[in-house]
Structure formats: structure tokens, C-alpha cells
Design a protein around this ligand. Structure first.
Ligand SMILES: [Fe+2]
Ligand SMILES: [Fe+2]
Length: 171
């Protein structure tokens, strides 16, 4: 069964939201590079690549359902962050916003009794649990560290976390 026009438009708009997330995380990565916090930067660049993979997953799904992908305009990131804490707290807020969007997609799929889309979206529902948890962990670490020299020392721990993540099997 083909996707409804409404469902297709909603998923297309989620592709934009995922690409926008990638764009925001790239901007955050560059900001961390400017602060010489290169491991934080790496974390955000990896995060950006994951968001692009999410966009791709949604695009593949639309194509698999015999509909068409429409790419929309991506907003420029505001990028006025001054501290690591500001970046990390915006990241958590952004992930909560994405979770809210995914939940609305599930609501729509259920309204339309579109079980295929409902089932497809479960992966994202679960992914958002992880995304929020890792954003919350990063913010907690930065808050705990407090000052910039302490945040600099956090980079070692973050590097180990990146290593552990990379060892996990790919989805
Ligand atoms: Fe995402
Ligand atoms: Fe995310």
C-alpha cells in the first residue's frame, strides 16, 4: 500500500529535520574546534554523520514505499554559543525536540492505521532514548567539570567513550 500524501509529507519534513540536526552538530563541532576542544569536536562531527544516516534511512523508506523524496531548505544554525555548557544544553533540547517530532509521526501512522510506517518508526523511537541519554550525559559531564581547564581534562574520558561507541556493531 502506498504512503498517504500526508504521511509522505511528514516523513519528508523529518528528512529536513535530520539534515538540519546534522548541520547544527557540524556547526557545534567547528565551534569546539575553535575552542581547541578537539575531542568534543570529534564527538559532534560523528553525531552529525549519524543524523545524515537518519535522514538517509527516512529517504530509503519513502522510496521503498513507492513515493518520492522531496528535499527542502535547511535553516542555517544560529551558532552563537559561547561555552561548552551552552552547546551541550542546546543539544539536549534539540534531541528532545526531535523525540517530540518522532512521537508525532508515530501518532499520525497510528491515526492512519499505517502499520508499516508505525513499525518502521520504532527504530527511531528507540534511537531517541539513546540520543537523549548521551546528550544528557555529555551535559552532566560538562556541568560537573565546571571550568574550561576541567572541561579540557574531560576530553580523555570522551575519547574513551568515542572508542567504545565505535566498537559497537553498526546498525
Ligand atoms: Fe536523528
Ligand atoms: Fe540525534
Amino acid at each position: 500500500m502506498a504512503l498517504s500524501k500526508k504521511m509522505c509529507a511528514a516523513i519528508n519534513s523529518q528528512i529536513t529535520a535530520e539534515n538540519e540536526s546534522a548541520y547544527i552538530y557540524k556547526a557545534m563541532g567547528y565551534k569546539f574546534e575553535a575552542m581547541n576542544l578537539t575531542v568534543f569536536a570529534k564527538w559532534f562531527h560523528i553525531q552529525a554523520a549519524e543524523e545524515q544516516a537518519h535522514a538517509e534511512k527516512f529517504a530509503r523508506y519513502i522510496l521503498d514505499r513507492g513515493s518520492e523524496v522531496t528535499l527542502e531548505t535547511i535553516k542555517a544554525p544560529k551558532g552563537k554559543w559561547k561555552t561548552p555548557k551552552e552547546i551541550c544544553s542546546e543539544t539536549l533540547k534539540h534531541e528532545e525536540y526531535i523525540t517530540e517530532r518522532i512521537n508525532k509521526l508515530v501518532d499520525l501512522a497510528r491515526e492512519e492505521r499505517d502499520h508499516s510506517t508505525d513499525s518502521f518508526l520504532i527504530w527511531f523511537v528507540n534511537e531517541q532514548i539513546e540520543e537523549e541519554a548521551s546528550a544528557a550525559e555529555l551535559l552532566a559531564m560538562v556541568e560537573l567539570a565546571g571550568t574550561l581547564p576541567q572541561i579540557f581534562l574531560l576530553e580523555d574520558r570522551l575519547l574513551r567513550m568515542i572508542g567504545e561507541r565505535e566498537q559497537q556493531p553498526a546498525e
